[in-house]
Design a protein around this ligand. Structure first.
Ligand code: SF4
Length: 183
């Protein structure tokens, strides 16, 4: 695919993780379009809470937001047998792959060349693993994955500062039911 526009599909899990990546991508000359696709988030009240914060923030920042709500059953099937894995283990690798694959497919559908994810802003997440998974998917679909480690250069501190200023709801677990009380 060839395209001259600088739209980037930015997969995002919540408003907290999106603040700094939106700013950085804009500074880099890209137009981030947020893609909220997170069937891993449990329970549904938590899903709605994270999404509503993102709706509020993207409106304020004039960022386009695309929401794909999939049945979580498919996600559960994807991680079946890995429920007791520690955070950062095999279940998370599958979860990254699942969400990044759908992000790539959405980028293809929209005819965007670029996609990336806010997942790398978390100090709990292995950016190298995320990059390896995403690059494999990108190569398969002839897309470009922007391998930006958002936590670097004080990125995590910067996004937390934005979260505080914006008074975002801040969750205390990653997202799936298996990560509750495990951080
Ligand atoms: S802990 Fe987070 S990354 Fe790992 S499987 Fe659960 S939601 Fe996905």
């Amino acid at each position: 695919m060839t395209t001259t526009n600088k739209n980037v599909l930015l997969h995002a899990c919540c408003a907290v993780c999106s603040g700094y990546p939106i700013e950085l991508l804009r500074e880099m000359g890209y137009n981030p379009v947020i893609y909220f696709f997170n069937p891993n988030i449990f329970p549904s009240e938590e899903y709605e809470r994270r999404l509503n914060e993102l709706i509020r923030y993207t409106k304020k920042k004039n960022v386009e937001l695309i929401i794909d709500k999939k049945d979580s059953e498919d996600w559960y099937n994807c991680v079946i047998g890995l429920e007791n894995e520690p955070e950062g283990g095999k279940r998370c690798a599958r979860c990254f792959e699942y969400r990044l694959l759908f992000s790539a497919l959405k980028a293809l559908q929209l005819e965007y060349q670029y996609f990336t994810t806010t997942l790398t802003i978390s100090p709990h997440k292995n950016s190298k693993l995320i990059f390896d998974i995403a690059q494999e998917i990108a190569a398969k679909y002839e897309l470009t994955f922007l391998d930006i480690d958002f936590k670097k250069k004080d990125g995590f501190l910067k996004t937390m500062k934005i979260a505080k200023e914006e008074n975002f709801y801040r969750q205390n677990y990653c997202g799936c039911e298996f990560s509750i009380n495990r951080n």
